[in-house]
Design a protein. Structure first.
Length: 562
């Protein structure tokens, strides 16, 4: 069956019901300029019918309905607006082995469920079954937000697919410049089928994680960028086959597999991505399994898995299991999973390997929640050095002592902000090493007021061992003036800085992400008592606002919930 070329549906008068019942292929020969355009018509494709589009597909308008129970193979690109509806249990195959060979293919617009799982079948342009057989090994999603979803499953290598490579990725970004980190990918691909299937991967066929035993040497068959999944309220095991641009075996790139098992919950839809080099440094000592002092934070050299709950208020217990792809992470005796730079979940759940590591007892997600892996190698005996301190008008005074100094090379004093990483601020050599008691002191005038600082002392020994002191928290009160950010948490629109105290001739506001990178800086002359920061200045997620004036420096934590 041969349909007219081109085939603009709006050019046909009134209501159109196109019922394809042919058993032989219906060919729409387009090649990017003879396109299949549905501009508001209702189109029905019966079970067993096959349509072959040799170019691009356009689905547009609120009256456009694609009620599809057959097979449509597309050799070009797919476009849509956010109005058309897609129904039925048919299959769409993205393939370019006949025409447009060696071209990258993309999906643009809103082939998606436009909302949470309750919007399936209501405001819905999603595919039922999506098959990928592009000869370039990648199908891109163009645009921002939820660009493409499937209501049943995605197949990365459909039966009978030809061309090389045989297994495709879904890349949730434009082809021109692919970001290095998942947070920068603009589009989202989703599976809105809440059934987890076998191993949590039953709705993702022919992914290389399953084929290669969860540690694939083949970076294909996964979602590169952002990936969301509908979660059944009854729970189940959900695999997130996602990662970054393929890289070498020692890179923190390629597919980074993680899966979550949910018990009864209210999460609805969960969106995840992988962030390379995300710091998951945990302050303090881990007294689990055996008491270890954590010195290796895999987030720094590898990255973390980020998850956000679409509802924003979901709850329910779950466990996390992760398989980092890197082959070159430093061996450690004990490994454990961290969440949001803290030790959460069920205590004493550690493992001998970073691959397949599991931890349970989690409940709830931040925006986003960060899951990383930490390792420990040196067993920590009871603290040998006692750390104490006091608050002085010009700073904080730290004191520590060793009861019998011997075989000690030096001492390292470290400081951390609440929830942040410990950083060295002072180091001194050991004095006598003759077995006699020794005492040391240091004044920290750089500790900003208004923050509960944490301190520890590391004792570095000649045999290479490291011992840690007790943790000490000291708060330096603010004097003279204060700054408040309103509203905080912030949910869109401008952010107002309220200044309390004496007037200042100038003020400089700086924003920093949690890795310590400055995002922007702006100076205000004669600022008055309130300053409005426009929305386009404000980073996403959790960030630090540092305010400088002639009276000193103030640091605030701001939570963005847009």
């Amino acid at each position: 069956m041969l349909l007219p070329q081109p085939f603009p549906m709006r050019s046909l008068p009134g209501f159109l019901a196109l019922v394809l019942i042919c058993r032989t292929p219906a060919v729409l020969d387009a090649q990017h300029h003879y396109e299949f355009n549905n501009q508001g018509a209702e189109i029905y494709v019966t079970s067993g019918a096959e349509i072959y589009v040799w170019g691009d597909v356009h689905m547009e308008d609120a009256t456009a309905l694609w009620d599809h129970d057959g097979l449509m193979e597309v050799q070009g690109n797919m476009y849509s607006d956010n109005l058309f509806q897609q129904r039925g249990t048919g299959t769409v195959r993205i393939e370019n082995n006949d025409v447009n060979i060696s071209e990258r293919q993309f999906i643009e617009g809103s082939y998606a469920v436009r909302g949470g799982s309750g919007s399936v079948g209501v405001d819905d342009g999603s595919f039922y079954i999506l098959e990928l057989a592009n000869t370039q090994g990648a199908v891109h999603l163009l645009g921002s937000g939820n660009v493409a979803d499937v209501r049943y499953r995605v197949d990365f290598e459909p039966a009978g697919a030809s061309g090389s490579p045989p297994v495709n990725r879904i890349v949730t970004h434009d082809t021109a410049s692919v970001p290095a980190n998942g947070s920068l990918y603009s589009a989202v691909f989703g599976i809105m089928n809440p059934s987890p299937g076998a191993h949590g991967l039953g709705t993702l066929l022919h992914n290389t994680v399953t084929d290669q035993g969860y540690l694939s040497a083949v970076d294909a068959g996964y979602i590169q960028g952002k990936f969301r999944r509908a979660i059944d309220p009854a729970g189940g095991l959900y695999g997130f086959v996602m990662g970054l641009e393929p890289g070498g075996s020692s890179d923190a790139r390629g597919v980074q597999y993680v899966r979550l098992y949910f018990y009864a919950n209210t999460y609805d839809v969960l969106t995840g991505y992988f962030e390379q080099g995300s710091d998951n440094t945990v302050p303090g000592i881990v007294g689990e399994c055996v008491v270890y002092y954590i010195l290796y934070y895999m987030g720094n050299v590898h990255g973390e898995w980020m998850f956000s709950d679409l509802s924003g208020s979901g709850a329910g217990s779950y466990y996390v299991q992760a398989w980092p792809q890197d082959a070159a992470y430093t061996p450690q005796t004990v490994w454990l999973i961290t969440q949001d730079d803290t030790i959460r979940g069920t205590a004493n759940e550690c493992g001998p390997s970073a691959a397949g590591l599991i931890r349970s007892g989690f409940n709830g997600f931040e925006s986003p929640s960060q899951f990383g892996i930490a390792g420990a190698d040196a067993i920590l005996e009871p603290p040998l050095v006692a750390l104490a301190g006091s608050v002085l008008p010009d700073g904080l005074r730290l004191r520590w002592s060793h009861p019998a100094e011997q075989q000690v090379l030096r001492y390292r004093l470290e400081r951390a902000a609440p929830g942040g990483a410990f950083r060295p601020i002072h180091e001194t050599a050991a004095r006598a090493n003759d077995g006699a008691p020794q005492a040391y002191a240091y004044s920290d005038s750089a500790a900003l007021p208004g923050i509960a600082w944490q301190y520890r002392v590391l004792t570095l020994h000649a045999d290479g061992s490291v011992r840690a002191s007790n943790l000490l928290e000291l708060f330096r009160p603010e004097t003279g003036w204060a700054v408040q950010a309103v509203p905080n948490p912030h949910q869109g629109g401008p952010l107002t800085l309220i200044l309390q105290g004496p007037a200042v001739p100038w003020l400089r506001a700086e924003a920093y992400d949690l890795a310590g990178r400055r995002c922007w800086s702006r100076t205000f002359e004669q600022p008055g008592s309130a300053i409005e920061l426009p929305e386009d200045l404000l980073p996403e997620g959790l960030w630090l606002l540092r305010v400088h004036s002639s009276l000193g420096v103030r640091t605030l934590r701001v939570l963005e919930q847009r």
